[in-house]
Design a protein around this ligand. Structure first.
Ligand SMILES: Cc1cc2nc3c(=O)[nH]c(=O)nc-3n(C[C@H](O)[C@H](O)[C@H](O)COP(=O)(O)OP(=O)(O)OC[C@H]3O[C@@H](n4cnc5c(N)ncnc54)[C@H](O)[C@@H]3O)c2cc1C
Length: 396
């Protein structure tokens, strides 16, 4: 197994690096470098710049608009996005429903949706989880009746990321109660402007609005918006999961966090010396950097296997667990580094018109720490990943 990059790969890396340096808008770069949350417009602006270059969909086949890169080139691209403080493209359209549409969609669905996903004209969200159906997703109950040329939906989806920004949702619904749970599920595409849909914010512990409840009352969805066959939705959902897993280790974002943490440790002074010169803190920093390097090497091993025609299987669960644990540890260290300036409300409860107290780099530390707790829950909780490893890798 050769993990070294070839001369062609290195030339590609230089090309990507130069492009990001030249074309990434300065305000977006500053937000990513500072760990500040991005607005929808920030994502869309950057995604459109990548689209104009033909680089928006690294995983898509060339005939669908992909750039034709190797697995190694895709890895290098992600790495350069991280190093250049560029945002990651939001996955719901590009990495999730896009591949489902070009693989299983009708000619009309492909014609309509794919160019709009590539150009970031439609923003997608994922309607899988329901109250009571998360880890045990196949138990989902969204009531769906067929009425001639349309379905009628009643029920609730929950934890729907960016539903408040979305134009469209890809959704798993129950079209049959017969047979095994998995056999009565269908995969629908639905327009978020359809009457009967209500999106209600869920505020997460970081005080932000990432996720939502989505309520459905007699929502009409044309049958032509179904992907593939009725009651075969579980097959398409599983296919989508494979794409969700491609960057599951989150090495790039963790590298961005590590770079920010080092910058903080250089700036924070303790007893007249930078925090970075404190032996105890430096040892913790070195420890997490080594863990991240080990995760990256493991990811590269899987990449080499993938390039040799062996797609990643249940081992992806290892990457998910380690990736989320490392992310969480990095955010803990950022909180430790800024000390009490990381308090969620350093200004007190009622200083609405006062400037924030403490260094600018302290402000994102606590929200990032708090929201990162969710990384071991979404995309399949770490307990579920451990079950998968026990069964599929260890054979227990
Ligand atoms: C920030 C965030 C964003 C999300 N975005 C989306 C989205 O966009 N679209 C979407 O559809 N969903 C989304 N989700 C939902 C996410 O997929 C679910 O939260 C997740 O699958 C867990 O399901 P649950 O919350 O119902 O917890 P449950 O399944 O009820 O689990 C509760 C606890 O029990 C454990 N547990 C459950 N079953 C087992 C078992 N068999 N063995 C051992 N332990 C078990 C779990 O690990 C967990 O700790 C998001 C969640 C979060 C937190």
């Amino acid at each position: 197994m050769d993990l070294a990059f070839s001369a062609t790969d290195l030339a590609f890396r230089d090309q990507v690096r130069a492009f990001i340096a030249e074309r990434l808008p300065g305000d977006i770069r500053a937000k990513v470098a500072g760990g500040v949350g991005l607005a929808k417009d920030d994502f869309v602006r950057w995604q459109r710049i990548l689209h104009a270059k033909g680089w928006i969909a690294p995983h898509w086949p060339v005939e669908q608009g992909g750039p034709g890169w190797s697995a190694t080139q895709r890895y290098i691209f992600d790495e350069e996005l991280a190093l250049g403080h560029a945002p990651y493209a939001i996955p719901f359209g590009l990495k999730m429903v896009g591949p489902v549409i070009y693989t299983f969609g009708t000619a009309a669905q492909k014609r309509h949706f794919l160019p709009r996903i590539l150009a970031s004209e439609d923003w997608w969200c994922q309607g899988y989880s329901e109250p009571g159906s998360g880890s045990d997703l196949a138990s989902l109950q969204m009531k769906t009746e067929r009425r001639g040329d349309h379905y009628r939906l009643n029920g609730t989806k929950t934890w729907t990321t960016y539903a408040h920004w979305a134009d469209w949702m890809f959704c798993l619904v129950r079209t049959s109660g017969a047979g095994k749970q998995q056999e009565g599920i269908s995969f629908l595409l639905l327009d978020m402007r359809t009457p009967g849909i209500e999106v209600k914010p869920i505020l997460t512990i970081d005080g932000q609005h990432h996720v939502n409840m989505v309520y459905f009352t007699d929502v009409r969805v044309p049958v032509e918006n179904r992907i593939g066959e009725e009651n075969k939705g579980w097959t398409y959902a599983k296919f989508l999961l494979g794409f969700e897993r491609t960057d599951i280790a989150d090495v790039g974002p963790s590298k961005q966090r590590l770079a920010r943490l080092k910058a903080i440790a250089r700036a924070e002074m303790v007893a007249g010396r930078p925090l970075l010169a404190d032996d105890d803190f430096a040892a913790k920093l070195a420890d997490i950097e080594i863990q991240l390097l080990a995760l990256e090497t493991t990811s590269l091993r899987h990449l080499a296997a993938e390039a040799a025609g062996k797609p990643i299987g249940p081992e992806a669960s290892l990457l998910k667990i380690r990736g989320s644990e490392i992310r969480q540890r990095l955010t803990e260290l950022a909180v430790e580094a800024v000390g009490y300036y990381a308090l969620p409300m350093p200004e007190g409860l009622d200083r609405r018109n006062e400037p924030p107290i403490g260094p600018e780099h302290a402000a994102p530390a606590m929200p990032d720490y708090l929201f990162s707790r969710a990384a071991s829950i979404y995309g399949g909780s770490n307990e579920i990943q451990k079950n998968i490893i026990a069964k599929m890798v260890l054979g227990l």
